[in-house]
Design a protein around this ligand. Structure first.
Ligand code: ADP
Ligand code: MG
Length: 537
């Protein structure tokens, strides 16, 4: 089963090295408030040792380690039935990319070792502890834990030994390991050494310098992309990478990415924008909320020297410096999005397709950024089947005597484009925005307008278009044209429909279609009314 979860077996290395890097970050954090730990902690290091005779691959770190309880809860769960059921479900769902990112999300990355090993031993010592433990499993639903014998016990940290299976002996070759690591862990913030055979002097293959601390000119696109995948549990390429250092009142470095595809938790009801915060390369929080919810898809790392190291994680979230940094980062990201929209409209269109629905939440929630967001927003309309029209375009192309920005909200812009409600608008060449994201029903009501033009739903009341000239070849029609028979029909329909409608009117807004539904002039837009009804309001 483990074979199908990851398409490439070598990712087990990335999982182990990233756990080792996490463990060293945790130790550095605890050492901040524990002098004894600080005195013992060595420079972070991962050592990979190979033994061709024993067919073992060992990944050792000098990080935080685990006590017995932690070992049970962290690694025991991989063998318990709930996790297995979960993994089997991923397997049943087809595994592949989806399975991979699910694994990242649910933190069962360690399990990937059983793709390449028949048996795995984890010898570990919690930092500062006298005791060391040995966990052993064959990945078949059970495990053993015993005190580690003196010769098995690591002096510090954790040692994971894989007894490689027959199909995985390639990983006994140092060059193969190096190649796999370069591919997957080039951007990991921990130095890595490799010893190709027992007794061989370890060789350093990665310096572990934090990527964000390096000058941009020294970082390749692949390194950025690698780092992004590590950071966000994504498996794609970033759509936008922004890396900058702010100097001035507060100093910090930011490395931010906009994903190339929608993260799985994009519409999670908690709507948390989780970022990683480092203070002088010490990881303080992996899920600090720096950005507003409508930028929650941005994956970022910020490292600042201006945040006090001795405050608790909870305090950091409340810190005014953090709030100020978050604001500045949000501004910069909005600015970069604007630049991308100018310079690479097609790329931006893809990004907007993925995240526009989330960014538009900001129109409703973040009135101060409304103008900025309006600049970014791209709409489909009766003039553009894809989301390419800006409000600026719309206003520039207003028809003579047109006083409002008209829109129609629904679930599917292709269907909206054929809606009877817009017939009269088309006859007069009045553009109608076709809004098909759920969030659209909300912001159109909370935003007063754009450049003095109110937003107006075409389903609402009697739109007065009579002053807008007709397009060539279109004829004026008036309610007066309606015959007595049509008026009688309207009365009959009203009687038949009873309380289901407020009114049935003879209208000039239709040209091709026989009837359409509209909302009362001062009532809720039809789509909004439907949404509220769905939510039981
Ligand atoms: P994740 O890293 O996403 O939490 P993993 O399956 O990779 O999920 O690891 C599960 C847990 O096992 C980790 O959260 C950590 O508590 C523990 N762990 C794994 N490897 C190590 C290690 N080298 N040092 C200390 N703890 C570790
Ligand atoms: Mg992990």
């Amino acid at each position: 089963m483990a074979h199908s979860v990851y398409s490439e077996r070598e990712v087990f290395l990335r999982e182990l090295v990233s756990n080792a890097a996490d463990a060293s970050e945790k130790l550095r954090y605890e050492a901040l408030s524990d002098e004894a730990l600080a005195a013992q902690a060595g420079a972070p290091l991962v050592t990979i040792s190979l033994d061709k005779d024993k067919k073992t691959l060992t990944v050792a770190d000098n990080g935080i380690g685990m006590n017995r309880e932690e070992l049970v809860s962290a690694l025991g769960t991989i063998a318990n039935s709930g996790t297995r059921a979960f993994l089997d479900k991923i397997n049943a769902d087809g595994g592949g990319d989806k399975g991979q990112s699910l694994i990242g999300q649910f933190g069962v990355g360690f399990y990937s070792v059983f793709m390449v090993a028949d048996r795995v031993e984890v010898a570990t010592r919690r930092a500062g502890s006298q005791e060391a433990w040995l966990w052993t499993s064959e990945g078949k639903g059970s495990y053993q834990i015993a005190p580690a014998q003196a010769e098995e016990a690591p002096a510090a940290g954790t040692r994971v030994t894989l007894h490689l299976n027959a199909e995985s002996e390639e990983f006994l070759d140092a060059w193969r390991i190096e190649q796999a690591l370069r591919e997957h862990s080039g951007a990991l913030a921990i130095p890595i050494e490799i010893a190709g055979a027992p007794g061989e002097e370890p060789r350093r293959i990665s310096d572990g310098a934090a990527l964000w601390a390096k000058p941009k000119s020294e970082i390749s696109n692949e390194e950025y992309a690698d780092f992004y995948r590590q950071l966000g549990g994504q498996f794609d390429e970033p759509a936008l990478t922004v890396h900058w250092r702010a100097e001035g009142r507060t100093e910090y470095t930011v490395l931010a990415f906009i994903p190339g595809s929608r993260p799985l938790d994009l519409f999670d009801p908690l709507r948390k924008a989780k970022s990683k915060l480092y203070v002088r390369r010490v990881l303080i929080s992996r899920e600090i909320q720096l950005l507003p919810a409508w930028l929650r898809f941005v994956r970022l790392v910020v490292d600042s020297s201006d945040i006090p190291l001795n405050v608790s994680r909870e305090m950091v979230q409340q810190s005014p410096v953090v709030a100020q940094i978050g604001k500045a980062i949000a501004s910069r990201i909005v600015q970069e999005l604007g630049k991308l929209a100018e310079a690479e409209p097609e790329k931006f269109a893809g990004l907007w397709e993925n995240f526009g629905a989330v960014i538009k939440e900001g129109l409703h929630e973040d009135p101060q950024r409304r103008d900025d967001i309006f600049k970014l927003a791209r709409f489909a309309s009766t003039r553009a089947s894809e989301k390419t029209r800006t409000l600026k375009d719309y206003v520039a192309d207003l028809r003579e005597n047109q006083t409002a920005i008209y829109y129609l909200v629904g679930d599917d812009r292709k269907r909206l484009a054929h809606s009877p409600q817009i017939e009269e608008f088309s006859a007069r060449g009045v553009e109608v925005l076709l809004l098909d994201d759920a969030v659209d029903a909300f912001w159109v009501t909370s935003c007063v307008g754009y450049e003095g033009k109110p937003f107006k739903s075409v389903t609402q009341g009697a739109a007065d278009l009579s002053l807008v000239p007709l397009k060539e070849g279109e004829a004026e029609q008036s309610a007066g044209d309606a015959s007595a028979e049509v008026a009688a029909l309207a009365t009959r329909m009203k009687e038949a429909l009873k309380e289901h409608v407020d009114d049935v009117r003879v209208s000039t807004r239709l040209r091709e279609s026989a009837v359409c539904l509209i909302a009362p002039e001062h009532g809720l837009d039809r789509q909004l009314a439907r949404l509220l009804a769905e939510h039981g309001q």
